[in-house]
Design a protein around this ligand. Structure first.
Ligand code: NAP
Ligand code: GCO
Ligand code: CA
Length: 264
């Protein structure tokens, strides 16, 4: 029996119209899962549905903001009606605001915490009862290098992703006995729309300094791609990880292990 199969499982990946969520949902589909995803607007959902269709994947898209408890309750109800109880949840939806702390308003700070930390709490809380009733469940939170490291201008994001690491461990602690496995993936620097500002060419055509910096900090000497996350995500969503719980699996090309290349 293939322990990595997701055959017959129902997976919800939040914020998965594109980017990392889309790549993870696509890998789950290839492993046999039925795919549900949400986004904040019908326009984003429709764009996502078109992308899944183009990839030959039958996905079910729903409009729901992960910070809105009523919308999330309705999302879970609609998925259970259309596909059945959710077996796998990936809390992927997230935002970042890159603002020096002294210039960041409390409103901006709260908005990042709301999406990146309160959102995973709200969606996990809505999905857990069905998983517990069914006798099994997999929750995968998308953490970050910023679950371990800080850097200038990302105070809210680092606080949220550090909190998400501990929420992961707490869900593991509280519901492990119900055969729920709650783990996290901590991607390194991945080439998606979220990091596009860190990679764009300078006016003189040279590389963005941050681009060169990250490549020097990564033993793999490259940015990650959303596809680099697919294998780890299928592992944590499958029976192959039934005794893995509370883990943050860093998929970073070795960044956290490396002091960084000496400047030439
Ligand atoms: P992205 O390209 O910005 O995509 C984020 C997705 O989340 C979009 O589909 C976005 O929809 C959706 N979203 C945002 N706020 C939402 C809300 N309130 N409710 C529902 N959906 C919402 O980001 P990404 O690079 O794919 O990253 C995905 C996750 O990985 C995030 O949690 C991010 O923090 C994390 N991560 C990214 C990297 C990286 O290097 N890229 C590394 C580590 C961790 P809209 O289009 O409507 O905004
Ligand atoms: C940044 C980047 C990072 C990545 C990711 C790294 O501004 O430093 O956006 O935060 O998104 O979280 O793991
Ligand atoms: Ca199992």
């Amino acid at each position: 029996m293939n322990k990595f199969s997701l055959e017959g499982k129902v997976a919800l990946v939040t914020g998965a119209s594109y980017g990392i969520g889309f790549a993870i949902a696509s890998a789950f589909a290839a492993a046999g899962a039925k795919i549900a995803f949400n986004d904040r607007t019908q326009e984003a959902v429709d764009r996502g549905l078109a992308s899944y269709k183009e990839a030959g994947i039958e996905a079910h898209g729903y409009v729901a903001d992960v910070t809105d408890e009523d919308a999330v309750a309705q999302l879970v109800k609609d998925i259970e009606r259309d596909l059945g109880t959710i077996d796998i949840l990936v809390n992927n939806a997230g935002i970042i605001k890159r603002i020096p702390m002294l210039e960041m308003s409390a409103k901006d700070f709260r908005q990042v915490i709301d999406v990146d930390l309160n959102g995973p709490f709200i969606v996990s809380k809505a999905v857990l009862p069905g998983m517990i009733k069914k006798g099994h469940g997999k929750i995968i939170n998308i953490c970050s290098m910023m679950s371990e490291l800080g850097r200038e201008t990302v105070s809210a994001y680092a606080a949220a992703k550090g909190g998400l690491k501990m929420l992961t461990r707490n869900i593991c602690s509280e519901y492990g006995e119900a055969n729920i496995q709650c783990n996290a993936i901590g991607p390194g620097y991945i080439a998606t729309p979220q990091t596009a500002p860190l990679r764009e060419r300078q006016p003189d055509g040279s590389r963005h300094p941050f681009d060169a910096f990250i490549v020097a900090k990564t033993p793999a000497a490259r940015w990650g791609t959303p596809e680099d996350l697919q294998g780890p995500a299928v592992f944590l969503a499958s029976d192959a990880s039934d005794f893995v719980n509370g883990l943050v699996l860093y998929v970073d090309g070795g960044i956290l292990a490396y002091i960084g290349k000496q400047p030439q």
